[in-house]
Design a protein around this ligand. Sequence first.
Ligand code: GLN
Length: 450
Amino acid sequence: MSTTQHIKKNDIYNAFHEIWETEEPSDGVLHGLCIAIKDNIVTKKGTTTCGSKMLKGYNSPFNATVVDRLENAGAVLVGKTNCDEFAMGSSTEHCAWGPVKNPWDTNRVPGGSSGGSAVAVAANLCDAALGSDTGGSIRQPAALCGVVGYKPTYGNVSRYGLVAFASSLDQIGTFTHSVEDAAKITQCISGYDELDSTSYPETHPDLCENLKNPIKHLRIGVPSQYIGSNNETAVNDAIQDAIDTYKKLGASIVELELPLTDVGISTYYVLAPAEASSNLARYDGIRYGHRTDELCSDLFELYSKSRAEGFGDEVKRRIMLGTYVLSSGYYEAYYNNALKIRRLICEEYKTAFESCDVILGPTTPTVAFPLGSTADPVSMYLNDVYTANTNIAGICGISIPCGFSEEHGSRLPIGLHLQCAWHEDAKLLRIAQMFESATTFHTERPGVIA
Ligand code: GLN
C-alpha cells in the first residue's frame, strides 16, 4: 500500500543552489514564465559552480547564449539548480552542496545529473528549467520526478556557455510540465549560434507549428532490447500500456532489434571520460578554479593540490578513466574502438528509422532508487542504458510521464522514452504530444506542502 507523501518544502529546497530576486521581464513569447537554470550553464547574475568546490563562488563575466535568449523572450530567471559535480552522475548525490531529494519520496534520489532542475519543476517551485544531457541527464531525472524532459538533436541548441563535460555529447534541453512548454521554450533557445562551432547552420524545424496535429500512419518501433527482465515489472507494464495507447490512436507497432543497446554504456564510459579529462584540464587553480592555500614548492604541486582539493571522487574517477583510455598504448584499444562503435550505433539507428518514425521504450529500467544506494559506481552508470546511445548518435529524445509504480511503498513516476532521427525534433514532440493528450499522468503532482 502506498500513501502520497506530504513533504516539507525545506526538504526539497536543495533543488536550488541559488534563488534570485526576480526582475521585470521583457515582452516576448515566454513573458512571465519562471525558469530555473542548471548550475553548469553560465549566468552573469549569481554564481556558476557546476556543483563543485572547484568553482565555488565563480562569477561568469558573460551569459550562455540560452540565457540571453530566454531573457530576450521575456522569461523570468529564478535561480540556479543543483546538479551532480560537472554533470557526472545519475542521482544528484555527487553535488558538493549536498544531495537533492525526490519530491515523490524524499528518501529517494531525483536522478541526475540535472536533478535540481527536475525537482524544481516537479515540486512546482518554477514553471520550467534548463538542464544538460550528455548521456541521459535530462531524460533520466525527468522520468524519476514525473516531468517532461527533452534533449534536442545535437547542435540544435547552442552550447556556448554550457560548462563542457563531453563536448561531442553535451546538449542543453528543457524540463517542463507539458510537451507544449518544451516546444515553446526550445523554439526560443534553439537556432544557429556563431559562438558554438557545432551549432546546426541549416534552418531549424518550427517546433510549435502543427504540434497538436496527430501524425497519421504513425509507425512506432519497439526494440526487443528495451523490454524485459532488466526492467522493474511496473516499468514494463507502463510501457506496454503506452504501446496500447498509441495503438488506440491508430499507430502501428514495428518490432525492432537494436543489439548495440548493450554496448552503449561501455562506449559512453570511454568517450565521455576521455573528453572530460581533456575539458577539465583547465581547472588548474591558476586560470580557473580553486587554488590550494598550502605552500607549494613548484607549479606541479600547486596543480596537484588544487585539483585534489577542488574535485570530488566521481570527477576524479572520470579524469583517471579518461586519461587512461587516451594514453599511449591504450588509445587504440579503448578510445579508437569506442569511436568505431559510435559509428555502428549511428548506422543501427539509421537502419531502424527506415522502418519506423519513432523508437519507444522506458527512459530508465527502474523508478527512483533510495538515496545512498549508488556506492558502486557501475550500478549508477547502468541507469543510462536506454539514454546514452541517443547522445552517442546525436539524435533527439524525450521522456514523458507514463505511469506510476506502487511497488516501493510510495507512488513513484515512470518515464516513457521516445527517440526520433536527427533533426526530426518537431515530429518527436508531435508524437509525444499525442500521448500526453490521451493521458493524465503529466497532470499529477507530488504532495508538496509549505
Ligand atoms: N549519468 C551519466 C553520467 O554520469 C550522464 C550524465 C549526463 O548526461 N550529464 O555521465
